[in-house]
Design a protein around this ligand. Structure first.
Ligand SMILES: *Cc1c(COP(=O)(O)O)cnc(C)c1O
Length: 381
């Protein structure tokens, strides 16, 4: 190939080549913990599977290629990937965090890592001046999620990367957008993080995490930590994510198309006071969304019900196609109540969410069936 391949082609091929001994077109699941050596220190690049495994290596190269980055690392979960980034820091270091991050990220920072002497400031990352004002001499990381969970507000990755001083790494949790919709490294971010449990895997059958970086020194530090700490995924899980990613572009297109239509449907529905979707021109950052996510706005929608907590609980119990479950990013549609489910750990904190909020992870089913399901569940609410 003379031109560099497009993301759609990379999703199918990057990091993978037919098995040289058998011709198997799919990367084998190398279900092995160790590797036979010809002589001490003479081996084929693999010694022990915490350090390296061929199935994991294929996945790491694939995710790096999709993000347009040089180096990828895979982890046992998104949280394990986040924890590994944080181990780049030392007691006394300061981290700026978006004030609407994933509940588990907040829990890790607030309940675990704060005890190890890391300092966290939660800031409204939709405001560049708020980010700039919150940077301290000890700030080492700026932690962004965009779109955020569950309020789907955006951070301007390019602008924040530009204002971050030297020595301050900008991390983007790119789970909600996926590299098909948004490539943070190309916008100036230093580290991209994924819960590959969600859109990368895409089929609600595996838990995993990933990091992608361009800087070789940071990569070496993270790779050292991956092995030293050991939160690695097994080969079977890597294989499931490799397989899922082959259709990432097709799925993201349909997720975005369906979600756009459902967001419009909910906006016309009197049961909701607010519908939040980056692809609606009522979204306060619609212009940024169009610039930063030019191919589509993803499958996640949040909406606030006029009837508050009780209406929200009733609605999410009544849907049939939209299954009541935590998580997101699978081919099947899900619905949940963040206040009592995914974001229960933020109760009483500045990150607590509205009790009337419902969050939809729109799947790839037929749009008419999805809308009919929402219609029947809304009857009388
Ligand atoms: C799910 C999720 C995580 C955590 O990932 P796990 O794979 O569940 O450990 C982190 N960030 C976001 C945005 C998520 O949705």
């Amino acid at each position: 190939m003379t031109t560099s391949p497009h993301l759609e082609t990379l999703a199918v091929h990057a990091g993978q080549r037919p098995d040289p001994t058998t011709g198997a077109i799919m990367t084998p699941i190398y279900q092995t913990s160790t590797y036979v050596q010809e002589a001490p220190e003479r081996h084929k690049g693999y010694e022990y599977s915490r350090t390296d495994n061929p199935t994991r290596k294929a996945l790491q190269e694939l995710i790096a290629a999709l993000e347009g980055g040089r180096f990828g690392l895979a982890f046992a979960s998104g949280m394990a990937a986040i924890d590994t980034i944080m181990r780049l820091l030392s007691p006394g270091d300061h981290v700026l965090v978006g004030n609407d991050v994933y509940g588990g990220t907040f829990r890790l920072f607030d309940k675990v890592l704060a005890r190890y002497g890391l300092e966290f400031t939660y800031v409204d990352v939709t405001s560049l001046s708020a980010v700039e004002a919150a940077i301290q001499p000890d700030t080492k990381l700026i932690w962004l999620e965009t779109p955020t969970n569950p309020l789907l507000s955006l951070a301007d990755i390019e602008a924040i990367s530009r204002l971050a001083p030297d020595g301050v790494q900008v991390v983007v949790d790119n789970t909600f957008a996926s590299p098909y919709l948004q490539q943070p490294l190309k916008l100036g971010a230093d580290i991209v993080m994924h819960s590959s449990t969600k859109y990368l895997g895409g089929h609600s059958d595996v838990v995993g995490g990933a990091l992608v970086v361009n800087d070789e020194e940071v990569y070496q530090q993270l790779k050292f930590l991956q092995n030293a700490v050991g939160a690695v995924p097994g080969p079977q899980d890597c294989w499931l994510i490799l397989r899922g990613i082959k259709t990432l572009h097709l799925r993201m297109e349909r997720h975005s198309e369906n979600a756009q239509k459902i967001a419009r449907f909910l906006s016309d529905c009197p049961a909701f006071s607010t519908v939040i979707y980056p692809g609606l021109d009522s979204h306060p950052q619609y212009e940024l969304a169009r610039r930063q996510m030019p191919r589509g706005f993803g499958g996640m929608i949040s909406a606030i019900m006029r009837g508050g907590d009780s209406a929200a609980r009733e609605f999410v119990t009544r849907t049939r196609l939209f299954a009541l479950a935590e998580s997101l990013g699978g081919v099947e549609s899900l619905i949940e109540h963040p206040y009592s489910m995914t974001h229960a750990s933020t109760a009483g904190s500045p990150l607590a969410c509205d009790p009337g909020l419902v969050r939809l992870s729109v799947g790839v089913e037929h749009i008419d069936d999805l809308i009919a399901d929402l219609q029947q569940a809304l009857m009388g609410l």
